[in-house]
Design a protein around this ligand. Sequence first.
Ligand SMILES: [Zn+2]
Length: 549
Amino acid sequence: MTAIRITGGAIHDPANEIDGEVRDLCLDGGKVVADVGPDARRIDARGMVVMPGGVDIHAHIAGPKVNAARRLSPDDRRDDPLDRTAILRSGTGGLVPSTFATGYRYSLLGYTTVIEAAAPPLAARHVLAELRDTPMIDKAFLILMGNNQVLFELIRESRGAVSSRLRDAIAWWLEATGGYGVKLVNPGGVELWKQDNGYIESIDDHVAGFEVTPRQVLEAIGGAVDELGLPHPVHIHANNLGTAGNADTTLETMRTLSGRQTHFAHLQFHCYGGKPGGQPRSRAPELLDHLSAHPEITADVGQVMFGPAMTMTADAHVSELLRDLTHGKWINHDTEVETGCGIVPYTYRAGNYVHALQWGIGLELFLLGKDPWQVMLSTDHPNGGSFLSYPKLIRLLMDRAYREDQMGRASQKAIRRTALPDGLDREYTLNEIAIITRAAPARRLGLRDKGHLGVGADADVTVYNDRDDREEMFATPRYVIKGGEVAVDDGDLRRVDDGLLLSSTAAFDPEVSDVLAPLFGERYTVAFEHYPVHDPVLREPAQIVEASK
Ligand SMILES: [Zn+2]
């Protein structure tokens, strides 16, 4: 591994309060170092912008739902083949690229770490196999725990309180799967829908057959994750996604976990006013006020981008509603007793009131939010649009004239119902972009060596030409350095890196197996002893981040 000195670039490293300072950056042994010797390779970055590698806190890139979406959309991928080269594998692109293409394209975009945000723990083998096949990026996955019948039994037993048994069970599950964090999707609501197409109206509704409520699931699992001190707090896709009036549910969910560290996924889909069944309107400003008063809460936006998307969610009820709107192809799949899944190809149209409102609400969250450390960039790839649309989204945030042009093409009835026409003249700075695309996600994931460029940080660095057209700038980094090696040079992948699997671990009482085994025996088709993934090919090597408590 050769040492590298990047000279003369403007460094944007908000975690270390560096905002465009022109100075050298030195890399050696896969880390940022204070200095390197005269033999180091020099990269001339004069006139360029230097940032840590991008960190995507919420995307869907691996596992059974992603694979099913690939099978559902051959038409989308047929026109976007990737040829094999001396160093690259073949693959297909489109909204749901093949594993290799996913890694290559994230790297070409300057991203070096990506989180798969919703993996059924029962499918951990599949998720791990696909992540191992996704090169260039470091990666981790969050395991779905909000509709697990075994956990419901433990929550019923503790009457919704955090119990040591529940903490032990969560830590056991992370150990069994190699997962990094805990995801709750429509807690209780997916189980209810799987039973008889039921759905949650209030987070105090009972989940039939289990005597637990979504509020209890939130308190018990969210509390347990907080008490375990996992590197990433509980990651929540709240109940009632996408329905008019769901801002009440979102606020109530936030209040339920008040004082606990929490991350809310794709907040844009959870910010709606209006009456259930009626037309939504924006309540983003109210949600942002709540965030301002609660620094323990963070969110990613889940921006929708006009054009094609692929919705894929553990929230099977939402998929059913989208299927009813599109009358097109869909997949529904129950993963035994732990989660559901639905997939529906979708198109967001600028002239459609609801789609334009969703687009506008996402931009409100970015532009009205006071603290960029709290509101991070995502499109919930590929739900709101592909990760390949991030450069366009960055331009919408940095370039007011461009944004106003795009607003002019969208449903005016919808745009008028957002704050966008009210002289919202904010333009993100490069440092603010660095916060929402790398510094804040890395910090929130508890990845101490990522998202910044201080001495000791991982040598994951993206160097951009400083172009007026911010979309072009962020779509085509000049250099991407991964783990201290040049991965991308002038738009070409030069070196293939396997990337690291990141897992987290917390101590637990191994006797929790005596509690879980009989519950598994009653409910799963898979024997308890076969559920954990032991295969070293899938599990190792991994970088293990230990819980802090
Ligand atoms: Zn998602």
